[in-house]
Design a protein around this ligand. Sequence first.
Ligand SMILES: N[C@@H](CCC(=O)N[C@@H](CSC=O)C(=O)NCC(=O)O)C(=O)O
Length: 281
Amino acid sequence: MTMQTVSLNMSYGGTQGVYRHASRETGTDMTFSVYVPPHTAGARLPVVWYLSGLTCTHANVTEKGEFRSACAALGLIFVAPDTSPRGEGVPGDRANAYDFGLGAGFYVDATQEPFARNYRMWSYITEELPKLVAENFPVDPNRQSILGHSMGGHGALTVALRHPGRYRAASAFAPIVAPSQVPWGIKALGGYLGDIRQAWRKHDTVALIEDGARVSDLLVDYGDADPFLTEQLRPELLQAACEKARIPLTLRRQPGYDHSYYFISTFMSDHLRWHAERLKG
Ligand SMILES: N[C@@H](CCC(=O)N[C@@H](CSC=O)C(=O)NCC(=O)O)C(=O)O
């Protein structure tokens, strides 16, 4: 699989790159970013995947996430994919809605027309992109972890729950934890997967836990000034599901913080340290 380098900049002794490739899964060109920390030649490094939220590309976290200093200190590779296919002929123009279509792939493989050909973000994130990254960067495939924000928090938690042997840690900023029960999720899962509630459960963190999926532990931060908290995010549903399933959950309510990258960047290094602990050795 080939890829092109869009840009490459030195940062904290490592390199921040942006790359583009032709994706088999989405049938489009896809852009993603990778930060590689300073390392000795030949070393294989742990990799942290970051899934972004509604309206984002790779660029939001790359420019505003403030992850590079911690990644350089902790020796972590940081990968930030896009949130949907884009380009000519791809349905779901954002002019119609910010919460469905372009920038809002919800990390599922769509089964409904006209989305089924291009909106294959589940397979892209879990299969195609990991292979491309492993072929082109000094990653240790046995030391991977995943985190995300909002729609990307939903993606990170569902991907981790369905691949318990692959990701050693999972965490999220203000995740959508029960998409089957909130407006953003009902719109997206219905639009991409149709009205097949059983299929939705495989893309719903709370439902996956209810159905027996497990991870060793979770870290979740949310801000109590987040405008989406009570209608879309509903962290109390995750707390109840984890308590019932006895999954250790560190759920932190951050007073005064909202949903923005000012919030994410404040707690990014905490999350990366938490991941690094679980990616040791
Ligand atoms: N009306 C806003 C809503 C979009 C928004 O807040 N997007 C968040 C993620 S929300 C859940 O997935 C985001 O990360 N935005 C990008 C940023 O750089 O802050 C809008 O249309 O912008």
